[in-house]
Design a protein around this ligand. Structure first.
Ligand code: FES
Length: 144
């Protein structure tokens, strides 16, 4: 079943400009009919649902794009394809939850401080692995 841009926008509850943006980014696809009007396969509704869900989960546009790249663009995904995408998202979310929990637990040091120093603030620079080697350009010094 093919849908017009207006029908997709209404059924997916997104703006037409959002559809154009998703298409420009290669996240959804359409074709032109003989009247040069944009048409979408109804499976685009599921892809948009994936985009909106990914956004609600706090995933980046790139993470959502990678998930969509693993799904067929012209038909509904199989159960196996859904499960594979779900596993990738679970892994991404596990990493984000770990990082957010770590930042939350270390926030106490920052309350009332406000320095946001790259050298000592774990909130501003949570993965400062080089910081463990010392202050300044440690990598440059190390390789000199
Ligand atoms: S704001 Fe000062 S240590 Fe984080």
């Amino acid at each position: 079943m093919e849908l017009s841009v207006g029908q997709v926008a209404k059924r997916a509850e997104v703006t037409v400009s959002a559809l154009h943006f998703y298409e420009q980014k290669g996240m959804i696809a359409s074709w032109r009919n003989q009247g040069n009007q944009r048409r979408y396969d109804s499976s685009v509704l599921r892809r948009i649902a994936v985009i909106k869900t990914g956004q609600q989960l706090g995933l980046s546009l790139e993470e959502i794009k990678q998930a969509l790249a693993s799904l067929p663009i012209d038909r509904a995904p199989s159960q196996e394809e859904w499960e594979a995408m779900g596993k990738k998202w679970k892994s991404i979310l596990d990493d984000k939850i770990w990082l957010m929990t770590k930042l939350r637990d270390e926030l106490g040091e920052c309350i009332g401080c406000g320095c946001l120093s790259l050298n000592r603030c774990r909130l501003r620079n949570p993965d400062d692995e080089l910081g463990a080697l010392g202050n300044g350009a440690t990598l440059w010094k190390k390789n000199d």
